[in-house]
Design a protein around this ligand. Structure first.
Ligand code: UD1
Length: 344
């Protein structure tokens, strides 16, 4: 058995997949989640996938005393992977204070408590949103951080700065910041996956719900961008590939594989895929047609962004392996599983 790790937001989409990979690598996982955008049944899905039931406590990271009690009772936690955050770009524009509180105060609470409980490292979930529209593609980690287009994006930038300043001040922990591109898909066992509340804002859950007939048609937000087919380009990465990078990052910090106190890595495939290409890849992979219609641009969308994952490839020894087609098939299998269970 390796060490004990706290995963905040561990019943969420990326969190649950990461818990499974941590368990497979021998880590003992403690999950906390306020269940604001997930539910406790995800713990069953994790257990069915990995064969191990993780410890779970319903707790909000805004509750500092609750965190202190947790660290006091679950002694020996050596690392934290901090997923717990709000992530809806549009919602953040209407509720900025909730976003700052939920995404910034929670991080401050964890960082405050880490020295007290001798927690050695924190992996932080950041986003390619910090690059805005990069001037050079594929984008590397040293590309400039552009002014954020939403409070959500700003919380990721501010969080990165808080971690940087804390490490610079000599606080006794390490951090690895992971900048995710667009995670999609689900675990091959289809016991865990993405389960958005209400109408999905992100492309793939909307697409699979449309293919299932839950939504009548998918709106493609714009075909007049400066891209080969006019639709936006993103770097879609299988969530399991993404999850595995977290295990490598945690190993790296706890096994002292580096002297660096703070490192930043892009997690993407390095391949840009347009919205229309993604729809066609889904149709080819699954044989299911997706009714779609071109509509106007969505405010705040970046035209094109994809990763240069070379730094993660060479330093972490990590590469995204899954093709976009296989990844979309996994998303479809998850959607079908939800239907079988009568959830969606
Ligand atoms: C956004 C954020 C990202 C955040 C992620 C999680 C930005 C620039 N990106 O990613 O930081 O981590 O959400 O919520 O703020 N699309 C359609 N029809 C739809 C839905 C989406 O055409 O119904 C298109 C979008 O215009 C975009 C692509 O699909 O080009 C992907 O959109 P989405 O899945 O929402 O992710 P991002 O906007 O890239």
């Amino acid at each position: 058995m390796k060490q004990k790790i706290l995963v905040t937001g561990g019943t969420g989409y990326i969190g649950s997949h990461t818990v499974v990979e941590l368990q497979a690598a021998g880590y003992e996982v403690v999950i906390i989640d306020n269940l604001s955008n997930s539910n406790e049944a995800v713990i069953d899905g994790i257990e069915k996938t990995s064969g191990i039931r993780p410890a779970f406590l319903r707790l909000d990271c805004n509750d500092k005393e609750g965190l202190r009690t947790l660290f006091g009772s679950h002694t020996g936690i050596r690392g934290i992977i901090h997923f717990a955050a709000s992530k809806a770009v549009g919602e953040s524009v209407g509720k900025p204070l909730a976003y700052y509180r939920n995404n910034i105060v929670t991080l401050l609470n964890l960082l405050d408590l880490m020295p007290e409980f001798k927690i050695e490292g924190i992996v932080f979930s950041s986003s390619c949103t910090v690059y805005g529209q990069p001037d050079i593609l594929p984008v590397t980690e040293d590309a400039p951080v552009k002014p954020a287009l939403s409070p959500y994006g700003n919380t990721k930038q501010i969080s990165e700065e808080i971690i940087r300043d804390a490490i610079h001040a000599g606080l006794p922990f390490k951090s690895i910041i992971l900048r995710y591109f667009n995670p999609i898909g689900a675990h091959p066992g289809a016991e865990i996956g993405e389960l958005p509340n209400g109408v999905p804002q992100n492309l793939v859950p909307f697409l699979t719900q449309t293919a299932m007939g839950i939504r009548t048609e998918l709106s493609v937000f714009g075909n007049d961008y400066n891209t080969p087919d006019g639709s936006c380009i993103r770097d879609y990465i299988h969530v399991v590939d993404l999850a595995k990078a977290h295990v490598i990052a945690m190993d790296r910090m706890l096994e002292n594989k580096t002297d660096e106190k703070l490192e930043i890595f892009n997690l993407g495939t390095g391949i840009g895929v347009s919205v229309l290409e993604l729809i066609h890849a889904f149709e080819k992979g699954t044989g299911v047609k997706v009714p779609y219609r071109i509509v106007g641009r969505r405010e705040g969308d970046i035209e094109k962004v994809w990763a240069n994952p070379g730094h993660a490839n060479s330093v972490l020894g990590w590469t995204a392996h899954e093709t976009v087609e296989d990844t979309l098939i996994s998303a479809w299998n998850w959607q079908k599983k939800l239907r079988e269970r009568g959830i969606q």
